[in-house]
Design a protein around this ligand. Structure first.
Ligand code: PGA
Length: 260
């Protein structure tokens, strides 16, 4: 794992955007795996700004989002289809044929999950998978106890996740109980996994992911098995890392240092 510790959340977001931008510059037809949640909002703001400034182009990329709530149609205000349409796809006028999310309203969610993995494979696999992390260590909606070899499938959300995401729903709405999520095996097949975490609420999960045992108790710990995982943190999210000083020596302020 490459662990990059930036001085504050804005710097962590900027570093993450830089990694995505470089990938798009190297290959405009990149297949991106995208994530939702509060942490990703400033990432998409910056990507839109940079695309509008002509610094990067996203119109030739293909994307696959991590997950979608079961039961929500794409036009539902709290669906991840809507989240992505409002924050990235709409503002940049991207071709919907290139942007994929699981259909939460599919008649047969299990079949939809299998179709989704097949569609990712058909597209050549994911080049860069963007990830957040839940306070309970989930990636995508792979909650604790998820098989570390899981394909895309339907998962039951934990109460902690439903409570954490209640802020996105109205007072009279309930957070769905199920989601279709890329599996851990799906995520591990990506050629580069980039996880962004900011804030003290993520510190324990980040430490368990990077320094704890490889365990379904913390599904993000599966990234220890990823050949190329980059973890981008602010100092608060990095606070519980025992080997923090080492990571800061290897990558001072989260930057690359030439060898030699
Ligand atoms: P957050 O969610 O960015 O809203 O904290 C991250 C996640 O649950 O994966």
């Amino acid at each position: 794992m490459k662990i990059l510790i930036l001085p504050d959340p804005a710097a962590a977001v900027a570093r993450c955007v830089e990694i995505i931008a470089q990938t798009l510059t190297d290959n405009p037809q990149t297949v991106l795996g995208l994530a939702t949640g509060g942490t990703m909002e400033p990432v998409y703001e910056r990507l839109v700004e940079r695309a509008r400034a002509g610094e990067i182009a996203l119109d030739e990329m293909t994307s696959f989002n991590l997950d979608e709530y079961v039961g929500l149609p794409p036009e539902h205000p709290q669906s991840y289809h809507t989240y992505m349409a409002e924050r990235l796809f709409g503002p940049l006028g991207l071709d919907p044929a290139r942007t994929h999310l699981p259909r939460g309203d599919a008649e047969d969610p299990a079949a939809e999950a299998a179709r989704y993995d097949a569609a990712i494979a058909q597209a050549g696999g994911i080049d860069l998978q963007l990830l957040g992390i839940g306070g309970n260590g989930h990636i995508g909606f792979n909650e604790p106890s998820s098989s570390l070899a899981s394909p895309t499938r339907v998962k039951t959300l934990t109460l902690a996740t439903r409570e954490a995401n209640a802020r996105f729903f109205g007072p009279d709405e309930t957070v769905p109980r199920f989601a279709i999520t890329m599996g851990i095996a799906t995520i591990l097949r990506s050629r580069h996994a980039v996880l962004l975490a900011t804030g003290a609420k993520k510190a324990a999960a980040v430490a368990a992911m990077a320094e704890g045992p490889l365990s379904a108790r913390c599904p993000a710990s599966a990234l220890q098995m990823h050949p190329r995982a980059t973890i981008v943190l602010d100092t608060e999210a990095a606070a519980d890392l025992e080997l923090r000083q080492y990571y800061e020596t290897v990558h001072p302020k989260g930057q690359e240092v030439p060898l030699g």
